[in-house]
Design a protein around this ligand. Structure first.
Ligand SMILES: Nc1ncnc2c1ncn2[C@@H]1O[C@H](COP(=O)(O)OP(=O)(O)OP(=O)(O)O)[C@@H](O)[C@H]1O
Ligand SMILES: [Zn+2]
Length: 834
């Protein structure tokens, strides 16, 4: 068969949780411009048009259905490049989700298509003069009734599967307009500018004549023109006229200039008005950029070791294990600079919250406008702009949160994962439940890029792989400058309580230390990893504890808003002063949240300026940054907060860090509890004394002899690791095995229970009893009205084919949910749960 007449097919990813790709036929007229990675419009299901991504083009018709045609191709150049398509396919496979779910997570919503196209008649058309079929007439009549009709609405009214084709024909005949059809929501920001019309250029005499005539006849215009000449700098260099001056800036900054005067100059042909696309990000003057900081000898040595690990030892991944305040960021800066100079791209990943702050400001001063920032707090348009900017080459360097791994890089040579131990690199909900550090490693592999992991408290897995020689390993033991690591004291809550020496939640040591620091005009950070006022209320008469209506968990008391809040589903209700079971007024609040600490501090230190940093006080876009700025400016003496406080912050005047209650970290029921507690406590401690040797940390605990606390105190990370690795090996936990978590959810408890048991039974058939744990009833066993059961699959790292195991698990789940009784069942799969 002749190649040109052979049909072309496209496998497309539909952004829905569908297990498979769909094959569509590519009509002749699109065959030339369609490519893998392009967005296309297809019809899917009943009367639905949807935007999909082309994964692959080929010539095989699908076996089991007749391929429908692609309706439209939206991109001239693909939105996704080949490396992204490979990465996303790998993610769907590895994290056991659908390709559509990966696409949903990857594309900024501004690049997703709005299929709600509008249709209208072409203005002024005499429809009677055209011959139309009956169906066409009906459609036209419907359109005529409205000024513009949405495609979806029309399709509901018409109910014709060929609607798209019919409309296309009407459009081709010039009868209707389909406008804003499948328009992407990304709108570039535009700026109106003016410049001098060409005839006045290069001729100072002509310009002078013009000025003197204007001065007499139209002084306002004369003044506006003078202002333009000055602002544009054209007399020094005529070529500056080309880029002009923002129109608004001429009259907005000088009350003597009226907009009308500028308008008049445009009308006279002296000014010419034009429009440009501008960035949503403030520009940085290229000549104001700073060189990278000079490294200390220890930093320099670490840098050399990293280079050696990457290029001599040929490691693709290296771990920079540098204590808090050792200046890891400065080392990254040097590596980034080198990579950019070689003409390639760099990705720098940071945990969510750390990003809004200090680090970005530091990097901006060095890398200026070639640095893009990718953050979930940004608007859709801003994120789409970064996406497009990476594609166009405007941003060769991106600093971003976990979702930045999805950006359209085509030439990465370096990926940095800062604070690689951070749990927030893992996405929990919705799928893909990916870990950005692990995706970054795959991304690195696809690009042949080097991956640098950095942390003061590496994840156990990471450290283990480094020990095994799989990753390069670089240690940096000293803080930058004269700073010393802080002294850590453990303060015994139990004894203080027994002897009745507690002042509210504070031991005498912590109280005294705060008092001294305040006196010395220094700053204090207090850490309590629980927001709200208290974790629950309790009626002393009848024992009533308010619980969430939708979740099996007590409601947290938020005193400031007088509300009870569920931290699982967000449900909230007013807090009444009395017990809602027996009416008693003896309702006590139990446990300590950040709000309570804040209140207690106001009573204990009435003159101190206290602020709180947790999810509740940082909801607004700028709220977090403002708190940081105020603390930096020393408008706040004591900052109380949750783990948000621990992430990479750098404050000069903080000399004391207090931990209110370490026990809730140490006794959390999770195999990672000790590791996490060590990391959190070490990180928060690391905020103290970053510029000198006065740093002090006081950790309150009822178990002052706890080995993890001693490790934090003595900075014996290796000791902690050895102990934990032994435990993990003994009980089969990562890094010795891989975990896949399964959560069975149903609105009826019996069903969830029975289904979980059935699933375990099925899984055990092929995988054996030892590999399957559960089903377990989780601590909170009902969330958002779903009853939950957990199953854990453990797979050894060697000698078993992971892919086959995953296939089998998927198969078991599918078989289970096909059963009639389990139709409403949900099974959430979480590969490498964290
Ligand atoms: N070479 C250098 N020149 C000037 N200042 C430096 C240099 N290296 C580090 N600093 C300063 O030392 C402080 C600590 O550095 P940095 O924040 O990079 O540490 P870090 O290793 O990332 O710490 P953490 O793990 O606690 O986040 C910062 O204020 C930084 O500006
Ligand atoms: Zn709830």
């Amino acid at each position: 068969m002749n190649k040109h007449t052979q049909h072309l097919y496209a496998d497309v990813i539909i952004p829905l949780p569908l297990p498979q790709l769909y094959t569509y036929q590519v009509p002749e007229e699109h065959a030339r411009n369609v490519q893998a990675g392009c967005r296309v419009v297809v019809s899917f299901g009943k009367q639905k048009t949807i935007t999909a991504i082309v994964q692959r083009l080929h010539h095989q018709a699908p076996e089991h259905y007749r391929a429908k045609p692609i309706l439209e191709v939206l991109d001239d150049t693909p939105t996704l490049n080949d490396l992204q398509l490979s990465l996303f396919a790998w993610m769907a496979d590895y994290y056991m989700c659908t390709p559509g779910e990966v696409i949903q997570a990857a594309l900024p919503s501004a690049l997703k298509i709005n299929t709600q196209s509008f249709i209208s008649l072409v203005p002024g058309i005499d429809i009677e003069a055209h011959t139309l079929s009956e169906e066409e007439r009906r459609i036209v009549a419907l359109i005529q009734k409205h000024e513009a009709l949405q495609y979806e609405e029309l399709s509901r009214k018409v109910r014709n599967s060929r609607l798209y084709g019919l409309l296309k024909q009407l459009q081709d005949r010039g009868l209707i307009d389909i406008f804003e059809k499948t328009k992407e929501r990304y709108t570039p920001k535009r700026q109106r500018k003016v410049r001098l019309a060409a005839q006045w250029l290069h001729d100072k005499n002509a310009l002078n004549e013009l000025l003197s005539s204007l001065e007499k006849q139209a002084p306002q215009q004369w003044y506006a023109l003078l202002k333009y000449i000055e602002a544009s700098g054209i007399l020094r260099d005529w070529t500056r006229n080309e880029s002009g001056v923002e129109k608004k800036s001429l009259y907005a900054t000088d009350a003597r200039i009226k907009e009308a005067a500028i308008q008049a100059l445009i009308k006279k042909g002296i000014f010419e008005e034009f429009e440009v696309e501008v960035s949503r990000f403030a520009a940085v003057d290229a000549d104001k950029l700073l060189p990278p900081p000079t490294l200390s000898p220890a930093q320099e040595k670490a840098l050399q070791q990293i280079v050696k690990a990457f290029f001599e030892e040929k490691k693709d991944i290296a771990l920079l294990h540098g204590v808090t305040g050792s200046g890891k960021t400065e080392i990254y800066i040097h590596l980034i600079q080198q990579a950019l100079e070689s003409g390639s791209q760099v990705l720098y990943l940071l945990p969510e919250i750390a990003l809004t702050t200090q680090i970005v400001q530091r990097l901006r001063k060095i890398f200026g406008d070639k640095m893009g920032v990718y953050h979930s707090r940004f608007s859709d348009n801003e994120r789409a702009e970064v996406w497009r900017g990476v594609q166009s080459g405007r941003f060769s360097f991106v600093v971003g949160v976990r979702s930045a791994v999805f950006l359209p890089f085509d030439n990465l040579s370096l990926i940095i994962v800062d604070e690689e131990h951070e749990a927030s690199y893992k996405q929990h909900e919705p799928a893909p439940r990916y870990h950005a550090r692990d995706v970054a490693m795959m991304l690195g592999k696809l690009h042949y890029a080097k991956v640098l992991l950095g942390s003061a408290t590496p994840a156990l897995e990471t450290y283990y792989h480094a020990q095994q020689g799989r990753y390069g390993y670089i240690a940096l033991q000293e803080r930058y400058g004269n700073a010393q690591l802080p002294q850590v004291h453990i303060s015994d809550l139990r004894t203080a309580q027994k002897k009745n020496r507690l002042q509210y939640s504070f031991t005498p040591e912590l109280y005294e230390a705060i008092r001294k620091r305040l006196e010395a005009q220094e700053q204090v950070i207090l850490f309590q990893n629980r927001r709200g006022y208290s974790p629950y209320l309790y009626c002393e008469d009848c024992g009533w504890i308010p619980k969430c209506r939708f979740c099996n968990v007590s409601l947290t008391y938020h005193m400031h808003e007088r509300a009870l809040r569920c931290h699982y589903c967000g449900h909230h209700q007013g807090a009444k002063g009395t017990c809602q079971a027996c009416g008693s007024t003896r309702v006590r609040n139990v446990g300590i949240g950040t709000e309570k600490i804040e209140d207690e501090l106001k009573l204990l230190f009435p003159e101190a300026r206290v602020a709180r940093m947790d999810l509740d006080t940082t909801r607004g876009k700028e709220a977090y940054q403002k708190l940081i700025d105020r603390f930096e400016a020393h408008d706040i003496d004591i900052l109380v907060g949750t783990q948000m406080l621990t992430k990479g912050l750098d404050f000069e005047k903080v000399t004391l860090v207090g931990v209110i209650d370490a026990d809730q970290l140490l006794y959390f029921p999770d195999f990672r509890a000790h590791e996490r507690a060590y990391q959190l406590l070490t990180q928060v401690s690391g905020r103290a004394g970053r510029k000198d040797s006065k740093g002090e940390v006081i950790i309150q605990s009822r178990h002052p002899e706890h080995p993890v606390l001693l490790d934090v105190q003595q900075q014996t990370y290796e000791q902690l690791v050895t102990r934990e690795l032994q435990e993990r090996q003994k009980y089969n936990y990562p890094p010795f095995v891989r975990l896949i978590g399964l959560q069975v959810k149903h609105s009826k408890e019996e069903v969830a229970h029975a289904a979980a048991h059935d699933l375990v039974e099925q899984l055990q058939k092929q995988l054996g009893k030892a590999r399957i744990l559960g089903p377990d009833i989780p601590l909170v066993d009902r969330v958002k009205n779903y009853y939950l059961r957990n199953i854990l699959v453990k797979i050894e790292r060697q000698g078993i084919h992971l892919g086959s195991v995953k296939k089998y698990i998927a198969h078991c789940i599918q078989q289970l949910t096909l059963q009639k009784d389990y139709r409403r069942l949900l099974v959430v799969v979480d590969v490498d749960p964290a």
